[in-house]
Ligand binder design. Structure first.
Ligand SMILES: Cc1cc2nc3c(=O)[nH]c(=O)nc-3n(C[C@H](O)[C@H](O)[C@H](O)COP(=O)(O)OP(=O)(O)OC[C@H]3O[C@@H](n4cnc5c(N)ncnc54)[C@H](O)[C@@H]3O)c2cc1C
Length: 535
């Protein structure tokens, strides 16, 4: 079978690309996704996220032992379902700081991706229920809403931050990122607005768009330096599919460099070590891995102030009824709806610590649940200097990759992360939270020195699920793709997903990935870029 464009990976970026490219009826588009469908209602329910980090619709990978975290192996959820990360994530809608994108241009050479140039693409996607101004718009495919019914403890948290000198911010995606408040969420009418539901479902019936689920791409087929198509595995066996114009990789920051390496494109020494014949030696593939590492404070509550008790059977049933009949109650919550951005170092160019208030304990995989109701405050250092790798264990496409985020390889990351953890702890101790918070459970009052807090982090830190950078765009020697997302040295191949971001933005990464795919679609179709924002 031949198509004009084959998109490999139906995640956040892949669904956007499928929509935008197939809008041109003259081109035939194929979207390939290794995972299955998102029919299960849990994908639609905002609170369904809690189940998702524990392995549902995921590849089931872990990191290699983390050298700078005492050898710990960390569970590393990566989505395997249509919609990808956007179908299983916590639905926080954040864009980061203007300077993040400006640095893509000045420090990586990603010409055309400055904040003023990418802001129109954020807005093109957006269907904001409340905001319309220089930073926001409505009418786009992606639902963006504020939390429906924040709990009293969430409001108290915002007051507590102000008591510590951190101002309230009503829009982290506007002119100023600093401060605490309620997040915007990628939800609409109390349902998850995933890339699948927002971008793909409305166009599934287009005659020029084919979507194949449960179809893992095993290899990109390359002949004499040009991509001809892909080889895929389906329930029925192995097939070869032809792309007359381009193959576009959108398999995510782990999946894209993994597939390139399985196809013989990557650092020659790493390919040889994995037993894969070298087709094109490109050292940046799978290098430059960046991620946000989460530390957290868990406190015991003075009463039933969070959603922990909803886990009791009769309350789960009632929550389900409330949701189905009235679209209200705990199921409408993404469980991490409130938080914000602040500084570990006041000299930093923009906020470098992000906070997520978790409305319970044990919400995410690997985080212990408490017996009594609890509340969690995550803190993540946003601009890590450590760089890791994605490599192959072998040339077998079924084998798990070797994921090494290499957290805290640079001591600066550890220093700032511990500063962030201290800040989280101070916020939880402020007067506004006294009626809600009984005592700190973790790290615990007896752990205070940097070394004690580092030891706590070695035992408990987790990924924030924001891998990027493994097929970085730019003009330096480590760049994998050019600023128009063409793979260096191979014709007919582009990458468009989180992997092309040269530096991780100071935020969650779903909205930035959707922006990348929006802009990529214009580049691929040869359209002129949207005019830069006037801000
Ligand atoms: C548990 C979790 C929570 C998160 N929470 C948030 C949040 O609240 N807010 C936020 O902004 N971001 C969040 N993120 C991050 C965000 O969702 C990701 O940055 C974003 O989804 C990345 O999009 P992508 O298109 O690059 O990759 P993905 O969305 O991961 O898509 C890649 C797709 O490619 C498929 N694929 C991979 N290899 C192959 C192959 N060989 N053949 C065929 N298909 C393949 C995968 O199955 C997957 O569906 C979270 C992520 C996770 C995992």
């Amino acid at each position: 079978m031949a198509y004009d464009y084959i998109i490999v990976g139906g995640g956040s970026a892949g669904c956007v690309l499928a929509n935008r490219l197939s809008a041109d009826p003259s081109v035939k588009v194929l979207l390939l996704e290794a995972g299955g469908s998102d029919w299960n209602p849990l994908f639609r329910m905002p609170a369904g996220f809690a189940k998702m980090t524990k392995g549902v619709a995921s590849w089931g990978w872990s990191t290699v032992p983390q050298k700078h975290l005492n050898g710990r192996v960390i569970w590393y959820t990566q989505a395997k379902v249509i919609g990808g990360g956007s179908s299983i994530n916590a639905q926080l809608y954040t864009r980061g700081n203007a300077q993040d994108y400006d640095a893509w241009v000045t420090d990586a050479g990603a010409k055309g991706w400055s904040y003023r140039e990418v802001l129109p693409y954020f807005i093109r996607s957006e269907d904001n229920e409340r905001l319309v101004n220089a930073y926001h718009g409505y009418g786009g495919p992606l639902g963006v809403s504020y939390p429906i019914n924040p709990l009293p403890i969430s409001h108290a948290f915002i007051r507590a931050a102000q008591e510590l000198g951190i101002p309230f911010n009503a829009d982290f995606n506007g002119a100023v990122q600093d401060g605490m408040g309620h997040y915007q969420l990628s939800t609409r009418n109390a349902e998850r607005s995933s890339a699948s539901s927002a971008f793909l479902k409305p166009v599934r019936s287009r005659a020029n768009l084919t979507v194949r689920l449960n179809t893992q791409t095993l290899k990109i087929d390359i002949e004499k330096g040009r991509v001809t198509g892909v080889t895929v595995a389906t329930g029925r066996g192995i097939e070869t599919l032809r792309a007359d114009r381009e193959v576009i990789l959108s398999s995510g920051a782990i999946g894209s460099p993994r597939l390139l390496q399985l196809s013989g494109v990557g650092p020659a020494d790493a390919l040889k070590a994995a037993g894969v014949p070298v087709v094109h030696d490109l050292p940046g593939v799978g290098s430059n891995l960046q991620d946000h590492l989460d530390l957290y404070v868990i406190c015991e509550c003075t009463g039933d102030h969070t959603f922990d008790r909803v886990a009791q059977l009769h309350r789960t049933v009632w929550a389900g009824v409330q949701y189905l009949l009235f679209k209200t109650g705990p199921v409408t919550s993404t469980l991490f709806e409130t938080g914000g951005f602040w500084y570990a170092d006041k000299q930093a160019r923009s906020p470098e610590i992000q906070f997520h208030l978790g409305l319970g304990s044990g919400i995410e995989a690997g985080v212990a649940a408490m017996k009594n109701p609890g509340v969690t405050l995550n803190s993540a250092f946003l601009r890590p200097r450590s760089r890791g790798t994605v490599r192959l264990a072998s040339g077998d496409p079924k084998a798990a990759p070797l994921l090494d985020p290499n957290y805290w390889a640079d001591p600066h990351d550890r220093k700032c992360a511990i500063e962030g953890l201290r800040l989280a702890r101070y916020i939880m101790r402020q007067p506004a939270l006294k009626p809600f918070v009984l005592a700190e459970h973790l790290p615990g009052d007896d752990l205070n020195t940097n070394e004690e807090l580092a030891q706590y982090a070695y035992r408990s830190a987790k990924t924030d699920h924001h891998p990027v950078g493994t097929c970085a765009m730019g003009n330096g020697p480590g760049a994998v793709v050019t600023p128009d997302l063409k793979l260096r040295g191979i014709e007919g191949l582009r990458v468009a997903d989180a992997s092309v971001m040269p530096f991780v933005p100071s935020c969650n990464t779903n909205a930035p990935t959707i922006m990348v795919a929006e802009k990529a679609s214009d580049i691929i179709l040869g359209k002129p870029p949207l005019p830069p924002a006037e801000i």
